[in-house]
Write a protein that binds this ligand. Structure first.
Ligand code: GRF
Length: 222
């Protein structure tokens, strides 16, 4: 572990932990989270960020009158510089809005070590497979290609690797012999939409604090 995971403060219903949700696509996960938060919770979606102007999730935010930011990728040819500049713009928004936890919900970009160093322990992701199996951008395709009869979803803290951070919770989903990527994805999303709010409740109510010293060994058992 190259640096320490620092978890967000414990929220209350009167003073919920302020979330920034990062999305790139349709935002069905964001939509279910916003619905969940219509009852007061220990976390609240304070803003939504996307690098894609037409991301459906930005429209969902608008409909729900949630602050939203389209932060396009800057036109800088050097990829490392471009990523850094993009993340600096994002970091400025997060600071301005007093964000306490970053929630990746279908965000299709890899967070660089620079942003992770500022947020380690306070960036969480949902991945559509049972990690550590099938990391990466094509989990459903890879599950089907491997002939696996079980899949699911995983919520994990984000570290410097790709889908490698400590696991906070998982749900299983059967793979059917006639599944397509779409049918499997649809079934997994049903579980994602239940799991993510539940794990956010745990993070933001301090459930993981006592385990902090043993983050790697304990989290996967939750
Ligand atoms: C989800 O399956 C999530 O696990 C993956 O991207 C998908 C996002 O879907 N990282 P949506 O945009 O929330 O509908």
């Amino acid at each position: 572990m190259s640096s320490e995971f620092i978890l967000p403060r414990v929220g209350t219903k009167d003073n919920p932990v302020r979330l920034a949700v990062f999305i790139s696509g349709g935002g069905s996960g964001l939509k279910s989270l916003i619905e969940y938060q219509k009852t007061p919770r220990v976390h609240i979606t304070s803003l939504v960020i996307s690098e894609k102007r037409n991301a459906g999730g930005l429209k969902i935010a608008e409909k729900n009158e949630i602050l939203r930011f389209h932060v396009p990728l800057p036109t800088i040819s050097d990829k490392t510089e471009m990523r850094l500049e993009h993340e600096k713009q994002i970091q400025q928004i997060l600071e301005n809005e007093n964000i306490e936890l970053i929630v990746l919900s279908g965000y299709m970009r890899i967070i660089s070590p620079w942003l992770i160093s500022k947020w380690k322990g306070r960036i969480v992701n949902i991945h559509p497979s049972l990690l550590p199996n099938f990391p990466g951008a094509h989990a459903h395709r890879d599950v089907l290609a491997a002939g696996s009869n079980i899949s699911g979803c995983t919520v994990h803290l984000v570290d410097e690797g790709v889908d490698t951070g400590p696991i906070l919770g998982q749900s299983r989903v059967d793979v059917h012999p006639d599944d397509s990527i779409k049918s499997l994805q649809d079934r997994v999303k049903i579980e994602e939409h239940k799991l993510y709010p539940k794990i956010l409740d745990k993070i933001c109510s301090g459930f993981y604090f006592n385990l902090n010293q043993k983050i790697d060994s304990h989290f996967s058992e939750v």
